[in-house]
Design a protein around this ligand. Structure first.
Ligand code: FAD
Length: 595
């Protein structure tokens, strides 16, 4: 065993000894003065990050007695990380089994991730626990799979109430429902659109995923090895529809959730839904809102909108370019949707102007793949033994507080390698940024969910002038023009508002009422005190995948990777409650912002 591995084994043994002896100060002393412990449900029944020895001690004072952790064991060979030794561990708690990731610097923990994998006695039916399917022998009362499934469909939500209702049947709702199905938690997904996958199908015609296939897998059922790297939106729609069926989800399409009120006395929600014109009241204990982080279009109220004689719509309602060949299109905004829509309009022969109102982080897809995602999510990562779960846990092991330190060098490299591209964009007048602290695209996404474009061609069209660039705020619309604050007049037959989305709060308020939505507070963002992410520091994504200030109310969503990874922790929290396993929550977040 080399020195690094020996240091890891020694640390792990000391940590276990301290925890078993209830020696909280001793355990805290094993952490460096600057240190971070991120816990995903295993100790805290929350997603939480504590900082420094004081934070570690406080977490343990509250949780050690009920968690009763033990059996910490190093799995695999420790490896050299950036200025540290990295190791994977397994461990147990009183109620579950977990995985930990440790970064050790000079014998002390710099970062520790503890993540609950499964609940004892409620493991998923995988491997040897796999269901048999066929019941061999002769049985006059035999019930087939189809009969059982049909009965479940007929009963659930009518004569039998679900434990969980998920409102929103996009990839988020679908991934969570699949996990809950494997954990045997009766669940219904209600979705306004008719078919699973419609939230992708209904987006603009040219859309392909911006993230590569290795990042996008759903739980249990990875895409086949022949799947395209960047899947077209309708293909993703079809996959989600197939997935919903084969994963046996109780999915109510064409069903709109209208209102939800919580009965403190019974601990159940009264959720009124409109199922294809028929009102149905559901009474679940747990209500999950998976309404889309990009769910509520942000449509600006520019003066003169009603006077404009051409077509105008938000990017979410953009039908695609076909009707606009030879027409003048003005696209307001300069992030992903704006770029994609501009490029598709240009390809169809429209005369296109992009209006940039604020700076944008642009990174070429190939470089993002090589430097940012490739080390964890790529063919090369898979070949080096990093499977999807290992990649997700590695990503999760970097506490948000110091993620910038990991991310900034990636974007520094990209900026250097692609200096010529950025110079051309700047020369065309495009205003670039890499986040308030130069930490790049991923943190912009985590902080505000906006402000970036993954370059797949449109930036080249901006740089060479094929797409005209205009800069500044919109002052008004006239019958045929968009007028900017500096007096620039842009003639237009079409105006697309690629102006982004509002937070999930607005959609939540429509459903649970403004009082409950305000009690729960803003959804998404880290409290980084950067643009569109006001402080104070939260340590975790606000309200996502964890308990909120409203009992029985949860939020789920994010990109495909987040939906996959965090649906596990949300599912385990819901399963524990369904089974009556005590779930004392440590560090329930304060609410600082309502929207
Ligand atoms: C243009 C665009 C491109 C993107 N590209 C990528 C990408 O490449 N990779 C990636 O990982 N992510 C991408 N994302 C981000 C994210 O993955 C998607 O927004 C994704 O659709 C989020 O899934 P979701 O299930 O959280 O929400 P959604 O897909 O928005 O689903 C929410 C659902 O809730 C339903 N709903 C809302 N209100 C009600 C109600 N009252 N009753 C019933 N149903 C209701 C809606 O109909 C909708 O289907 C992109 C987003 C956009 C907008």
């Amino acid at each position: 065993m080399n020195r690094s591995a020996a240091a890891v084994h020694e640390w792990v043994a000391s940590f276990e000894r301290a925890l078993t002896a209830g020696d909280i100060e001793g355990a805290a002393a094993l952490f460096a003065a600057e240190s971070y412990w991120r816990d995903l449900v295993a100790f805290s029944w929350n997603l939480t990050t504590v900082e420094g020895r004081a934070g570690v001690a406080e977490l343990l004072r509250t949780t050690l007695g009920s968690t009763r952790p033990r059996g910490f064991a190093v799995t695999g060979e420790p490896t050299e990380g950036p200025g540290c030794v990295e190791a994977w561990l397994s461990f147990e708690t009183a109620v579950g089994r977990g995985t930990a990731q440790l970064r050790l610097v000079e014998g002390r923990a710099w970062t520790l991730l503890t993540a609950l994998d499964e609940l004892k006695g409620h493991e998923e039916p995988t491997g040897d626990r796999r269901p048999r399917g066929a019941e061999h022998g002769a049985d006059p009362d035999r019930v087939t799979w189809l009969e059982r499934r049909t009965r479940e469909t007929e009963e659930l939500g009518h004569s039998r109430q679900p434990e969980v209702v998920i409102v929103g049947g996009g990839q988020g709702g679908i991934a969570l429902a699949a996990r809950l199905r494997q954990l045997d938690v009766p669940t219904i997904v209600v979705e306004r659109s008719p078919r699973p996958g419609d939230s992708w199908r209904n987006r603009y015609k040219s859309l392909c995923l911006h993230d590569p296939v290795w990042y996008d897998h759903l739980p249990y059922l990875p895409f086949p090895a022949t799947w395209p790297v960047y899947a077209p939106k309708d293909k993703i729609g079809d996959w989600l529809e197939m997935y919903t069926q084969v994963m046996e989800l109780n999915y109510w399409g064409s069903t709109t959730a209208r209102s939800a009120t919580y009965d403190e006395r019974t601990g159940r929600w009264e959720l009124v839904v409109d199922r294809a014109g028929e009102p149905v009241t559901l009474r679940p204990r747990q209500l999950v809102l998976a309404l889309g982080v990009s769910g509520k279009p942000n449509v600006p109220e520019f003066p003169g909108r009603e006077r404009f004689l051409g077509d105008q719509h938000h990017s979410s309602a953009h039908p695609g370019p076909d009707a606009y060949a030879g027409k003048r299109a003005v696209v307001i905004g300069s992030n992903n949707s704006a770029h994609d829509i501009c490029a598709a309009l240009w390809e169809t022969g429209a005369e296109v102007t992009m209006v940039q109102r604020s700076s944008t982080c642009v990174v070429r897809s190939d470089l993002l793949m090589e430097h940012a995602l490739g080390p964890l999510y790529s063919e090369r990562a898979a070949a080096s033994g990093i499977d999807t779960r290992a990649a997700d846990l590695t990503l999760a092991s970097v506490p948000y507080r110091i993620m910038g330190r990991f991310q900034k060098p990636i974007y520094d490299t990209i900026r250097e390698e692609d200096a010529e591209f950025y110079a051309r964009l700047a020369k065309a007048g495009f205003e670039l940024d890499f986040g308030d602290d130069d930490s790049g695209m991923f943190l912009k996404y985590l902080r505000r969910g906006s402000g970036y474009y993954i370059e797949v061609g449109a930036s080249e069209l901006v740089a060479d002038g094929s797409i005209t660039l205009a800069r500044g705020e919109v002052a008004e619309l006239t019958e045929r023009e968009v007028v900017l604050a500096d007096g620039t007049r842009l003639e237009a037959d079409l105006v697309v508002y690629a102006t982004g989305y509002r937070s999930m709060n607005g959609l939540a308020a429509d459903l649970v009422g403004p009082a409950v939505a305000d009690r729960v507070g803003k959804v998404w963002g880290l409290g980084s005190d950067t643009a569109k992410d006001p402080g104070p520091w939260e340590g975790e994504e606000r309200n996502m995948w964890k308990p909120t200030r409203q009992p029985g109310l949860w939020f789920h969503g994010g990109n495909l990777q987040q939906s996959r990874h965090y649906s596990l922790y949300l599912a385990l929290q819901l399963k524990a409650r369904a089974e009556g396993i005590p779930t004392p929550v440590y560090g329930l977040a304060e609410v600082h912002h309502t929207s």
